[in-house]
Design a protein around this ligand. Structure first.
Ligand code: NAP
Length: 505
């Protein structure tokens, strides 16, 4: 089967042309033309989303759960076509696209179950105290309400799970918020076919048409207009620090500022404690190399930095990492732009005298070859560029003089999505000093693992202090991510007939 895209926007139940077209730039397979987004389309989609809110917000959890499950079913019904166009556009292997599809449908079904349970509403009731002195207390109830239309920006590296029907869209729809997606220009065909699945689910479950729209990209004005549209009440974004910061600033400068939930970049430092390195330097090096090159290193949770105490064990770890990385063949990157940014990142390291090249691969065109560098703790602390993310399979080993230096270094990291401790039983005392430092830095702290691979569960935090995310109180993965699109409202002395239905029954 060959998937032929319509090459249209999907706005409130209609497939529409744009003002001109842009051609996709697939890693392999044919390019297709897609319509360029316009501000008029943004206005139309946002107005339809606001209209839909009136009908969608009051739907029951069970009705919305049925809608989410229908989207998952419709995605599965298009499985082969999604894999075909997804692999072409991104260069990701078939197994990865298949796995990501399972994760995406799994997320949708998880949210369906989550809202059916009802806990997400966080209902609270403070009974009236009519006899309280000196003044009676009124009855006060609280429940979470959907915020209104939400804008979603997907990431290039997760064309399904962090995109058109990805975690942000699933969370917003589960909360009762219509969604307007700004399609990623790196995978417009994948976006289109997923929008087609959502369209089928809307029709099957009788949801209002404006509950979902997809406006293709090809024009930065689309994203700018979307986050500034007065009807949009929150934004979910996964992508680069530069792009996220630009859109965050626009949200903050609106006459009515709105929350911008940006999940941005991270270097995900690993701290290798002495007994662990002594006992298994080779395993740690091989394990790190495997995590670093997974998906050509194009994960926001890629562990780009390893901090290790200088000495023979650090030498063994370094040698094992370099050896494992040297065997990795070039891998295709998601876009030409990401491949160029990777080469620029490599050049940033090779240009520095105080950075030792351990393995410098030649990357050309859209292909990436692993790179490994080493530096000292002192140098790392004085050169901010060394702590900035290089999106791709590039690792930096920071060799330090003592465990005290390790704690100091940890204190100097910026906000991270993850931080990892590799330890053995004898490292416990140092780990106990490190943990409270890392808690202030990262959304997720791991022990003896690698951070690539984010479980979609109730207890997951995929977020962290800036610049890992723009909102440290939130997560973009797991059921807690629904909170981003809910707002608590208190009801004081409200008669039963007027209370929201969520309080009844
Ligand atoms: P990106 O270049 O920031 O693009 C993300 C989206 O934002 C795209 O739709 C893009 O539009 C739009 N955009 C970017 N800058 C904009 C601007 N100034 N004005 C208006 N719209 C703008 O990010 P990416 O290439 O997709 O992803 C790579 C980066 O994302 C990496 O740094 C990675 O670490 C990070 N990432 C983070 C997470 C996480 O969960 N924290 C997950 C995955 C990736 P166009 O389509 O026009 O480019």
């Amino acid at each position: 089967m060959t998937f032929i895209p319509k090459g249209k926007h999907y706005v409130a139940g209609e497939w529409l042309e744009g003002a001109g077209t842009f051609a996709s730039s697939p890693a392999h397979g044919p390019a297709h033309d897609y319509p360029v987004g316009t501000v008029e389309l943004v206005n139309r989609a946002c107005a339809a989303a606001e209209d839909a809110f009136t009908a969608y917000a009051p739907t029951t959890s069970r009705e919305r759960a049925g809608f989410l499950r229908a989207i998952a079913d419709e995605i599965e019904a298009r499985a082969d076509a999604i894999t075909e166009i997804g692999t072409q556009e991104t260069g990701l292997p078939v197994a990865r696209l298949q796995g990501e599809r399972g994760r995406t449908t799994g997320q949708l079904r998880l949210f369906a179950e989550h809202i059916e349970k009802g806990d997400y509403l966080d209902r609270r009731v403070d009974a009236a105290l009519p006899d309280r002195q000196p003044a009676p207390r009124p009855e006060i109830r609280l429940v979470q309400r959907p915020v209104g239309p939400v804008a979603v920006f997907g990431a290039s590296n997760f064309p399904l799970a962090f995109s058109t029907a990805g975690g942000d869209t699933a969370a917003a729809l589960a909360a009762g918020c219509p969604v307007v997606v700004k399609g990623h220009s790196a995978h417009p065909g994948t976006g289109e076919i997923v929008a087609d699945a959502i369209d089928a689910a809307i029709r099957k479950t009788g949801m209002p048409a404006g509950v979902f729209s997809l406006i293709q990209g090809g024009n930065r004005q689309v994203g700018e207009a979307l986050v500034q549209h007065p009807l949009i009440q929150a934004v979910g974004f996964t992508g680069s620090l530069a792009g996220g910061r630009a859109l965050f600033n626009l949200c903050a400068a609106r006459p009515q500022p709105i929350p911008f939930f940006g999940e941005l970049g991270s270097v995900n430092p690993m701290f290798l404690l002495p007994d662990a390195v002594k006992a298994r330097a080779e395993d740690l090096g091989q394990g790190w190399a495997g995590s670093l090159v997974m998906g050509a290193g194009q994960f926001c949770t890629n562990p780009g930095i390893a901090v290790v105490v200088d000495g023979e064990d650090a030498d063994r770890f370094t040698a094992a990492t370099a050896e494992a990385l040297s065997k990795v063949a070039p891998q295709t990157m998601l876009t030409d732009g990401i491949a160029k940014a990777y080469r620029d990142g490599q050049a940033r390291f090779t240009a520095r005298n105080a950075v030792k090249p351990l393995l410098v691969g030649e990357s050309t065109g859209r292909e990436a070859t692993p790179n490994l560098f080493a530096t000292t703790g002192e140098q790392f602390l004085t050169d901010h560029a060394l702590s900035e993310e290089v999106f791709g399979p590039l690792g930096l080993i920071v060799r330090i003089g003592s465990v005290d230096e390790m704690i100091d270094l940890a204190r100097n990291f910026e906000g991270q999505l993850t931080a990892t401790i590799h330890m053995d039983a004898g490292d416990l005392a140092i780990a106990r000093r490190l943990r409270p430092v890392l808690e202030r830095k990262a959304g997720r702290i791991l022990v003896n693992g690698f951070p690539t691979g984010v479980e979609v569960v109730d207890a997951m935090v995929h977020g962290g202090p800036y610049p890992a995310s723009t909102n440290f109180g939130a997560t973009s993965v797991g059921t807690m991510s629904i909170r981003r699109f809910l707002r608590p409202v208190s009801y004081q002395n409200m008669p039963e007939g007027l209370l929201p239905e969520e309080f009844l029954g």
